[in-house]
Each structure stands twice: as C-alpha cells, then as structure tokens.
Design a protein around this ligand. Structure first.
Ligand code: PMP
Length: 456
C-alpha cells in the first residue's frame, strides 16, 4: 500500500509544495534557462559530473561566484550556502590565506613531481594538527582511502575490509557493500561492477561491537574502515564506548583501524580523533583540508609505517598501485600550508561551533513548534535534521529514516527562501565566514517550510 504520509506530512502536500517551489525556482532564473535552452551542453547527461543531477531543482544553478558563505548564481541571486561544496569549502569559499597562496604559487609552476619547502612545513603542520604520523598526499579522499587499504592489506597479509552498513568512503570499490538479509552484499546501482565485493569486504552494523567481533574472529580482516560518526546515511552517533571497543577489537584480532575524518573534521581542531581521543592506525582526511583545492592526506602511525617499510623492502619492483601523477603538487602544498596554519585554527573552529550550536537550537525549536516527528544531530560545525524520530543507532535505522521525496521538497523550499543545503541528505555546515544573520535566515526559512508542509 502506498504511504499517505512521509515524516508526518501528507504525500499530496509534499507534492504540491515541491511543484510550487520548482516553478518558483524556474521563474526566478530566466538567464539560466536561456543559457541551458538549446540543450547542446556537450556534457554527458548535460552536466560535467553526474552528481550535479542529484539536486532537487528542475535544472542546476549556474554559479557566477562564491565567497565566504555566499554563492551567487548567474541570475544574480545571493544564496546563503550551507552546503559548502559538501564539505570541500567547509572553511568558506576561497579563504583569504588560501586565495593568497594560490595567486603566489600560480606564478611558480603547478606540478613538478618534486617537493618544495612548503611541503616540509606541511609535514610538520600535519603532525601538529592531527598527531605524529607519517603522511602522504593524495588528490581525493577516495584515493587516500584506497591507498590506506592497500597498506593495511600489505602489512597484515589479509584480504578483507570491514565497513559499516550505510557507510560511504568515496568511490572505493571495496567499501561498496551493504548488510542485506543474507549478510554482506554488493550495493545496488553500482555501474559496471564485475568483481565479487563480498570476497574482499564485510559489512557490520555501526554500534554493534558483537557483530564486529564475530566478523574479526574469522581472521581474514585487514582493516576496519570507519568514520567516527556515520555522516553519509543521515547522522548516526557512536554509542559511548563504541570507538574504544573498536580499537580494542582491532588490536586483539590483528586488524588495523582506519579512521576516515573527511566529514568529521567538522568536530574541531584535529578532527573527531583529537577531540575525542581516538587512536587510529591510519588517519584519512580530504575535501576541505587544503581549503577547497583538491587534496587529501593520509597518515600511518610510526608502528604501521615501520611494518610498511619492512614489507616495502621485500616488494618486487613494479607499480605500487598507490599515488597519481598530479598528487602532492606545489599548489596543494601551498594550500595545505595556508589552511593548516591560518584557517584551521582554534578561533575559527570556535566560531563554527558556536554558529552550529545556534543553528541546532533554532531548528530543534522549529521542529518542536510544528510538532514534527523529526530530530536534529550535530557534530561540531555539521548539523543535520532528520525527518524521523531519533536518535538513530545504525545504517539500517538511518536507511529507514531517509525520506527522499520529503527531503527534496524541503531543500527546494529552503532554496526558494535563499538557503542552500547539501543535496544528498539534510546536511548544513557552518563555516567561519557564516554570519549569525545567515544562520537566523536559515532557521526562519526552515520554520516557514514546516509551516508550509504542516499547514500550520
Ligand atoms: N570519505 C567520506 C567519509 C566521504 O563522505 C567522502 C565523500 N563524501 C569521501 C571519503 C570521498 O571524498 P571524495 O569524493 O572527495 O573522494
């Protein structure tokens, strides 16, 4: 039987609100419509990267510029940007120190396959910010996770990675599994997937230490790959003791613990790992780590680095399967240095934290006022509302809480009121450049959206 309500809102109402918002979006963008009118974009499926089709608007916005936390489209709309490139611009668009270093480096060459003095400073800054590890630079967090997994498999001599149901770690084949009724299975929707992913990956539920132990006890798991908080299927917080338990189990069963901080870097200085005292064997962070310049870093503890060196010394000559030609280029070093030293500061994190707390409180109040069966979760600068009761404890619960049709309507209603949030779920980031006025506008837009949906 078809559902007649989603998240407490009648489906007919969601439909009507969504259509009205889509029509308003199109009517307000004559220039964009004209630019796209002849349909001859030259792009596959009309966008340069197919995720750009995942926005709920009838056609993508064409951006004229973005600065701080404001994005301006070619029709002249100034939009409060809480998506911030889905974390790539978590510290605001074009932070001044990063823009300054880009200009300076632009005249000194873009890629050499050699380090610079900046690179030496960055190595020290990475240790200072994230802990004393042995670092490497990649261009995407996807790549960094792939390389981290190679190292884990190499040093343990084991084949499998343990990931959590509902996780996302980039387009890393090994992590593209879910927990189905028959156990671990490849996710539906993967393009051109031919390898049997269950031969190399096992999925467990987040917050289920007994399940993790049962999987590790098989003796074939090289690494647990996890986010500190699940951020890619709504937001699922770890139970108290979950991370300590993971650490102990990984050690006891000889697996490495890889912590992917690509989103939870929102937690505070040094990421969730430093704020909450986690002890990973391998640390990965990408997206915003160089202020928006495509860059990721991954680091090994001294102990893992030593094991890798021993392995590497016996490796036959040939491609390592790690690295890419344009990675660790001087523009990345310049941007990393500026971000780590001048942008990723305690002061900026304090601003982000305060702004995000304000946003969380405002959204929670609006939800209560509307009597909606929803909840709000926050991890430092990262806030998410979920159109279902909470808290959620694992990926299965998060999947059940996800309400794509309702969420698309809300996103469009917020955009109609000048606020942009992430397209894939209901995520909002507060950057150091985000003002109180912007936060209050988003809270007001959210409250007005609830009024519209619940016909209060
Ligand atoms: N790790 C996590 C936790 C992510 O959420 C993502 C992307 N959303 C990635 C890795 C991959 O990042 P990228 O797409 O930049 O490779």
């Amino acid at each position: 039987m078809a559902q007649d309500r989603i998240g407490g809102v009648p489906v007919s109402r969601i439909d009507a609100v969504s259509h009205a918002a889509a029509a308003a979006y199109a009517a307000a963008r004559p220039r964009t419509r004209a630019a796209l009118a002849d349909g001859a974009t030259g792009w596959l499926d009309d966008v340069p990267m197919h995720w750009m089709k995942d926005w709920p608007q009838p056609f993508p916005m064409l951006v004229a510029q973005a600065k701080g936390a404001v994005l301006t489209d070619i029709d002249g709309h100034h939009i409060d940007d809480f998506c911030l490139g889905d974390t790539g611009s978590m510290f605001g668009h074009s932070p001044s120190p990063v823009a300054r270093e880009i200009r300076a480096q632009a005249g000194r060459g873009l890629t050499y396959m050699l380090p610079t003095e900046d690179a030496l400073a960055v190595g020290r800054l990475l240790c200072d910010r994230f802990g004393p590890m042995r670092w490497q630079v990649a261009t995407t967090a996807t790549d960094a996770n792939r390389f981290a997994l190679r190292v884990a498999r190499a040093v343990t001599g084991r084949r499998k990675v343990l990931v959590f149901n509902g996780c996302y770690h980039g387009t890393v084949d090994d992590a593209m599994v879910r927990l189905g009724p028959q156990g671990t299975a490849a996710r539906p929707g993967l393009v051109g997937q031919v390898a049997d992913l269950t031969a190399t990956a096992v999925a467990c539920e987040f917050n289920d230490l007994a399940g993790v132990e049962a999987a590790l006890a098989q003796g074939d798991i090289a690494a647990i790959l996890t986010e500190p908080v699940m951020t890619n299927s709504c937001m699922v917080l770890p139970d108290p003791g979950f991370h300590a338990g993971l650490r102990d189990l990984a050690t006891r069963y000889g697996a490495l613990l890889i912590v992917d901080e690509t989103h939870t870097i929102s937690s505070g200085l040094g990421g969730y790992t430093r704020v909450h005292g986690l002890r990973p064997d391998i640390f990965v962070v990408g997206k915003c780590v160089a202020g928006g310049m495509p860059t990721a870093v991954w680091g090994l503890t001294e102990a893992v680095a030593a094991r890798f060196a021993a392995y590497d010394a016996t490796r036959p000559p040939g491609h390592s399967g790690m690295g890419t030609t344009l990675s660790a280029n001087p523009m990345q070093f310049a941007c990393l240095r500026a971000t780590l030293a001048e942008v990723m500061t305690p002061e900026n994190y304090a601003r982000m934290e305060a702004g995000a707390a304000r946003l969380q409180a405002g959204l929670t109040k609006a939800i209560a006022a509307a009597g909606a069966p929803w909840h709000v979760v926050r991890v430092g600068a990262r806030v998410e509302f979920i159109c279902a009761p909470g808290p959620l404890r694992n990926g299965s619960q998060a999947e059940a809480a996800h309400a794509p049709m309702l969420e698309a309507a809300i996103h469009q209603c917020l955009l109609k009121r000048g606020c942009l949030i992430a397209p894939f779920h209901n995520m909002m980031l507060v950057s150091p450049a985000t003002t109180k006025a912007q936060i209050d506008r988003l809270i007001a837009a959210f409250a007005a959206t609830l009024t519209e949906l619940f016909e209060i």
